[in-house]
Design a protein around this ligand. Structure first.
Ligand SMILES: NC(=O)c1ccc[n+]([C@@H]2O[C@H](COP(=O)([O-])OP(=O)(O)OC[C@H]3O[C@@H](n4cnc5c(N)ncnc54)[C@H](O)[C@@H]3O)[C@@H](O)[C@H]2O)c1
Length: 437
């Protein structure tokens, strides 16, 4: 059994104390709102949520739950403090951390009266870097040393209102981010009875994941709604469509396409997306999510061009020109668009593409390839070495093992990787830079 204090008795805090007591821990709730403190001390929840009434009543009856408005009382009687206070948007849209830092300030004041190690856990949604800020803040306020006297863990909460108890007790994963092993171990022991995998990550990863999750959930809802609008206009059952969509767990509901990297291209994605937008337009429908996809994709190409321009280089090599590895197809290829932009900026380009060379050798697809290359005036060379020996910067658009092996031999060439080579040691050399990582 652990002794835990919970700061903030709103949705996250109330569910937290109910569920933690259900797991057998002794929990002290702390809130600046006297009404919420009283409710918990009366054994009733501060929110309306399935099952939580029973959990709070049961915890109270077993003597595992109490509440106070005294931070000192909460901190001095526990070894772990969970921060579950609100982080509303500021007028500019940032998350306002004033409640978080007011709670941290109070916890720090109480820590001055304590000699035992204490763990502070951030369950509120906070921007990346907050964990570090809290560590420095407490060190400055108390003179204590992070890792010696206290630790700070980023442990985002994934619950959904309405299913909060179920989500707390059966989370998809449990994420812990901290540089203090002792605090990580303390949190592991709290969550031991839960089935979920506990994943240790860098604190900034733990902090940003909640923003990423929620933004993606919002994207899912709006995407499905736009598909619904188009289907309805065409008298198609949108639920049958989306049920079918979800049945494809290889490409649709899967990790495929979720790797940050270069823009998409090819003969299908751009064409069919444009076709779907045309169907919406023909039915007088506005579909901003679908309409924004192409401009986001072009933005990714522009980001790559801007990066290369900032390097102030003239001789640039590109490894991989087709729209993806394993094909000789140049239709709507993002590397071709990149090459065109670089030529327009006056750069001297050399290109190597294994599959174009294979196609040239075998004579397949000749007309399309030769026509495209000569219309763009692109110089395709037969070996990678030719590029490496004549370029100041080499852009990698395909995760080619040939180039991975050669990078260490060319320390004076800068490598700009759009494809994410599958080799961690190469990614650490100083003349290598990844695009979106
Ligand atoms: N509501 C959700 O479904 C949900 C899910 C996951 C994560 N989150 C995140 O968790 C955090 C809390 O959300 P919520 O919905 O529980 O907020 P809430 O507004 O319901 O509760 C926040 C509580 O914190 C209290 N508080 C403010 N300053 C305090 C202080 N210095 N000391 C003690 N208590 C203090 C408030 O009085 C209030 O009771 C937010 O960052 C939110 O984004 C919320």
């Amino acid at each position: 059994m652990c002794k835990i204090s919970v700061f903030g008795l709103g949705y996250v805090g109330c569910v937290g104390i109910g569920c933690l007591s259900h797991l057998g821990h002794s929990v002290v709730g702390c809130d600046i709102d006297a009404g919420k403190v009283k409710r918990i001390n009366d054994g009733v929840p501060t929110i309306v949520e399935r099952e939580i009434g029973d959990f709070i009543a049961e915890g109270k009856k077993k003597g595992l739950i109490s509440a106070t408005n005294s931070t000192e009382e909460a901190v001095l009687n526990t070894s772990i403090s969970l921060i579950c206070v609100g982080t509303p948007n500021s007028p500019e849209g940032n998350l306002d951390l004033s409640f978080v830092f007011s709670a941290v300030h109070n916890i720090a004041s109480a820590l001055k009266l304590k000699s035992e190690y204490h763990t502070i856990v951030v369950r509120s949604t906070v921007p990346p870097g907050t964990n570090e800020r809290i560590c420095s803040f407490i060190e400055n306020e108390t003179g204590k040393k992070v890792g010696v006297d206290f630790g700070v863990v980023s442990n985002p909460e994934f619950l959904r209102e309405g299913k909060a108890v179920q989500d707390f007790l059966t989370p998809p994963i449990t994420v812990l981010g901290s540089a203090q092993k002792k605090s990580i171990e303390a949190m592991r022991s709290i969550y031991e009875p839960l089935q979920a995998d506990v994943i240790e990550v860098d604190p900034k990863v733990a902090e940003i994941i909640k923003f990423v999750n929620n933004s993606y959930h919002a994207l899912k809802v709006t995407f499905a709604n736009e598909i619904g609008a188009i289907c309805k206009a065409l008298s198609i059952d949108s639920h049958q469509v989306m049920n079918l969509f979800c049945r494809d767990t290889q490409l649709n509901i899967s990790s495929v396409y979720f790797k940050p990297g270069f823009a998409y291209g090819g003969s299908c994605l751009p064409k069919d997306l444009m076709g779907l937008r045309a169907l919406a337009r023909d039915n007088n429908l506005t579909v901003p999510v679908l309409e924004s996809i192409d401009s986001s994709n072009k933005g990714q190409i522009k980001r790559a061009v801007d990066f290369i321009c900032r390097k102030k280089v003239h001789r640039v090599g590109i490894i991989g020109l087709t729209f993806k590895s394993g094909t000789d197809d140049l239709r709507n290829s993002a590397p071709v668009l990149l090459a065109e932009s670089l030529i327009a900026k006056g750069m001297d380009l050399q290109i190597y593409d294994r599959y174009l060379n294979l196609a040239k050798e075998s004579g397949t697809n000749q007309e399309q390839i030769v026509g495209k290359l000569s219309s763009l005036n692109l110089n395709v060379v037969p070996t990678i070495k030719e590029i490496l020996e004549s370029s100041e910067l080499v852009v990698i658009t395909v995760a080619n093992p040939e180039v991975t092996a050669l990078i260490p031999s060319y320390p004076n060439v800068s490598f700009f990787d759009l494809a994410r080579l599958k080799n961690e040691s190469v990614m650490k050399v100083s003349n290598y830079e990844g695009f979106s990582w």
